[in-house]
Write a protein that binds this ligand. Structure first.
Ligand code: HAM
Length: 415
C-alpha cells in the first residue's frame, strides 16, 4: 500500500522552506519593533474551549473541527485558530489582568473543502494585545498590519476593510432587526443562508450567494452604521485617515467576520491576486471573551495572518549568499580536508559550504555540484593536502585554479 498525505495537508520542501524562512525574518523584524514577544501554546485543547470562544454558530465549530476522544475519554480538538488557546493560557496562569503583547505562529486545522489557498492544515501568525481598551491600541494593531504589508513588499496588492460591530448589546440589537427584516425574504435565501438566519443572521451579510446579495442591495435593508455611536464611527474614520496614505483602506459596514467573539473594531485584508480565498489577514476586538471564559473583565484585540496565502503574494529577495560545494577526494586525509571546509564555512556570512558526502568519482560529484546550483567547487584530495594548494573551480565560468589556504581565505571573505 502506498501512503499519501491527507487531503488538504501539504509537505513543505527545502525550496519552499527558504521562502518561509525569509517570511519569518520579515515578520519578526516588524514584531520586534513593537516589543511583541512570542508565546507557544499547545496544538491540542479541550474541545469545549473552541465551542465557547469561536462560537457554536460558527462554521468552524459546526463542521470544521478535528476532534476526537483521547484514551481517557476526554473530548479534544486540534486548534482551528490561536486566540482561544492564548486566552485560556493567560487565564490559567492568572495573568489576564496584566497587559500582554504577544504573537504566536504555527499550524492550525480546519476540516474545510480544500481548494486553492484553502487547506486543512494551514499556518497562522497571530498577534494578541490584552489589557488595552479601545483607542490607541486599535490604531496600533492596524499600524502593525500596515508595517507587515510594507516590510513584505505587498502593500500594493492589498486592501484593508474595516468595520465596527459596536458593543455586544448593539451587535445583538442589530442582529435582531436584521433577522426580522430577512425573515420576509427567507424563502428566496439559499439553504445555507436560511440556516445562518437562524443561528447567526449577521453571517448572511457576507454571503457570496447571489439571492442574498440582491436582497442586501435593497434600499430598506437595516444598516449597521445607523446602530453605531458617534465614537464608534469616529474610530473608523480616524483609522481610515491615519493609514490611507500608506495602504488602500476603506470602511465596509457589511464586514462581520466568521467568529462569534468579536465586538468593536473588525477588519480583514484582501488581495485580488488570491482568487476565491482572497482574505489573508483577519482580526478585531474581543473585549468580552476573557470574562466569558471565567477570567477578569479585560479588553483585547488581535489578528491572524494566513501565512500560506501570504506566501503566494510575497516575492522573496534573491539570496546573495554564494554556494560553495565541497568535494572531498582525500583518502587517509579526509578529516584534514573536512577541517579546512569547516574553517572556511565560518569565514563569511555570505557563503554556504555544502558537502557532497560521498566517495563517488570527481566527475559525478561535479555533476551533483552543478545540480545543487553551486557557484564554486572546492576540491581537496591527498595531493592537495600535501602540497597545500587546493582546487577552486568557478562553476558558472567553468574555469579553475590552484589556491593556497591564504588565497582561499581571501577569496571567500571577498565574495
Ligand atoms: P480567521 O479569519 O478565521 O481569524 O483566520 C485568519 C486567517 O487565517 C484568514 O484570513 C486566512 O488567511 C487564514 N485561514 C483561515 N482558514 C484557512 C484555511 N483553511 N486555509 C488557509 N488559510 C486559512 C482567526 O483565526 C482569528 N483567531 C484571528 C484573530 C486573532 N482575531 C483576534 N485575534
Amino acid at each position: 500500500m502506498k501512503f499519501q498525505s491527507l487531503r488538504g495537508m501539504q509537505d513543505i520542501f527545502q525550496s519552499d522552506s527558504k521562502k518561509w524562512h525569509q517570511l519569518r525574518q520579515a515578520y519578526q523584524l516588524v514584531l520586534n519593533r513593537y516589543g511583541i514577544g512570542e508565546v507557544q501554546n499547545p496544538i491540542l485543547e479541550n474541545l469545549n474551549l473552541f465551542v465557547r470562544t469561536v462560537g457554536d454558530s460558527s462554521d468552524i465549530v459546526n463542521k470544521e473541527l478535528y476532534s476526537f476522544q483521547d484514551r481517557n475519554g476526554d473530548f479534544i480538538a486540534l486548534r482551528p485558530e490561536g486566540t482561544a488557546g492564548f486566552i485560556r493560557s493567560i487565564i490559567e496562569k492568572k495573568i489576564e489582568h496584566e497587559s500582554h503583547k504577544a504573537y504566536y505562529a504555527g499550524p492550525m486545522f480546519r476540516y474545510e473543502r480544500p481548494q486553492k489557498g484553502r487547506f486543512r492544515q494551514f499556518h497562522q501568525l497571530g498577534v494578541e494585545y490584552v489589557g488595552f481598551p479601545e483607542g490607541d491600541a486599535d490604531l496600533e494593531i492596524i499600524s502593525i498590519v500596515a508595517d507587515l504589508l510594507e516590510e513584505l513588499g505587498i502593500s500594493q496588492k492589498a486592501v484593508i476593510h474595516i468595520n465596527h460591530l459596536g458593543s455586544s448589546e448593539v451587535k445583538q440589537q442589530y442582529c435582531n432587526v436584521l433577522k426580522e427584516f430577512l425573515m420576509d425574504y427567507k424563502d428566496s435565501l439559499s439553504e445555507i443562508d436560511q440556516k445562518r438566519l437562524e443561528s447567526n443572521p449577521l453571517r448572511v451579510l457576507d454571503s457570496k450567494d447571489e439571492s442574498a446579495q440582491d436582497i442586501l442591495a435593497l434600499q430598506e435593508v437595516p444598516r449597521y452604521e445607523e446602530f453605531l455611536t458617534e465614537e464608534h464611527l469616529q474610530l473608523l474614520n480616524d483609522i481610515n485617515d491615519t493609514f490611507q496614505e500608506r495602504v488602500d483602506i476603506s470602511i465596509d459596514h457589511k464586514l462581520v467576520r466568521g467568529l462569534d467573539y468579536y465586538t468593536g473594531l473588525v477588519f480583514e485584508v484582501l488581495s485580488n491576486e488570491l482568487g476565491a480565498q482572497d482574505s489573508f489577514i483577519g482580526g478585531g476586538r474581543y473585549d468580552n471573551l476573557i470574562l466569558e471564559l471565567g477570567g477578569k473583565e479585560q479588553s483585547a484585540i488581535g489578528f491572524a495572518v494566513g501565512l500560506d496565502r501570504l506566501l503566494t503574494l510575497f516575492e522573496p529577495s534573491n539570496e546573495d549568499r554564494k554556494k560553495i560545494i565541497f568535494i572531498n577526494l582525500a583518502g587517509s586525509n579526509r578529516h584534514h580536508a573536512y577541517k579546512i571546509a569547516s574553517n572556511i564555512r565560518a569565514l563569511s556570512k555570505k557563503v554556504s559550504v555544502e558537502s557532497i558526502l560521498t566517495d563517488a568519482s570527481l566527475k559525478s560529484q561535479l555533476r551533483k555540484a552543478n545540480k545543487l546550483g553551486g557557484d564554486f567547487a572546492l576540491i581537496i584530495g591527498d595531493d592537495e593536502i600535501t602540497s597545500g594548494n587546493f582546487i577552486w573551480k568557478d562553476l558558472n565560468e567553468g574555469t579553475q585554479e590552484f589556491v593556497t589556504l591564504e588565497q582561499l581565505t581571501g577569496k571567500i571573505t571577498h565574495l
